[in-house]
Design a protein around this ligand. Structure first.
Ligand code: RB5
Length: 151
């Protein structure tokens, strides 16, 4: 069965999102468009929370978000326990976000990458596994939070 991948954007990311949905379908995934649907101005957290909540609840094991800079989507998505949303502006960043951080949400800065770069970043993120090893401990420490704030 095709992997279901929720994908959301605000108005700034809507065009690139459409291109990524096409790419996901061509690759055999089942992208689920969580909005927005057009270029009318909307609030990015509404879409970040929809996608991140699916990953938090385990309804999807990964998701995709786009906004102008990718920053607002990252802030909102990373409020969800278990979500590691990685703002990725090159394929290399996306690769390391998977290899070292086990990133389960890809965030793209739609106003700062071309369509072709966006597709390349997506494909790299989809195809790169987590390295595991020493990175498991580090990723676990993200979730355990303030316990590690003491020197
Ligand atoms: C919308 O103009 C813009 O603020 C949004 O797409 C994003 O860049 C926010 O972080």
């Amino acid at each position: 069965m095709a992997e279901r991948i929720p994908i959301g954007s605000d108005h700034a990311g809507v065009e690139l999102k459409a291109r990524l949905i096409e790419e996901l379908e061509a690759l055999g995934y089942q992208p689920v468009d969580m909005g927005t649907g057009d270029s009318k101005s909307v609030d990015y957290p509404d879409f970040a929370h929809r996608v991140a909540a699916e990953v938090e609840r385990g309804e999807a094991w990964r998701g995709i978000l786009l906004c102008g800079t990718g920053l607002g989507m990252s802030y909102a998505a990373n409020r969800h326990p278990g979500v590691r949303a990685a703002l990725s502006w090159t394929p290399e960043i996306a690769k390391l976000a998977r290899r070292h951080n086990d990133a389960n949400v890809l965030v793209l800065p739609a106003r700062f990458v071309s369509e072709q770069e966006g597709v390349e970043i997506l494909r790299t993120w989809l195809d790169t596994p987590f390295d595991g090893g020493r990175h498991v401990r580090r990723v676990e420490k993200i979730e355990s939070g303030t316990r590690y704030a003491e020197p």
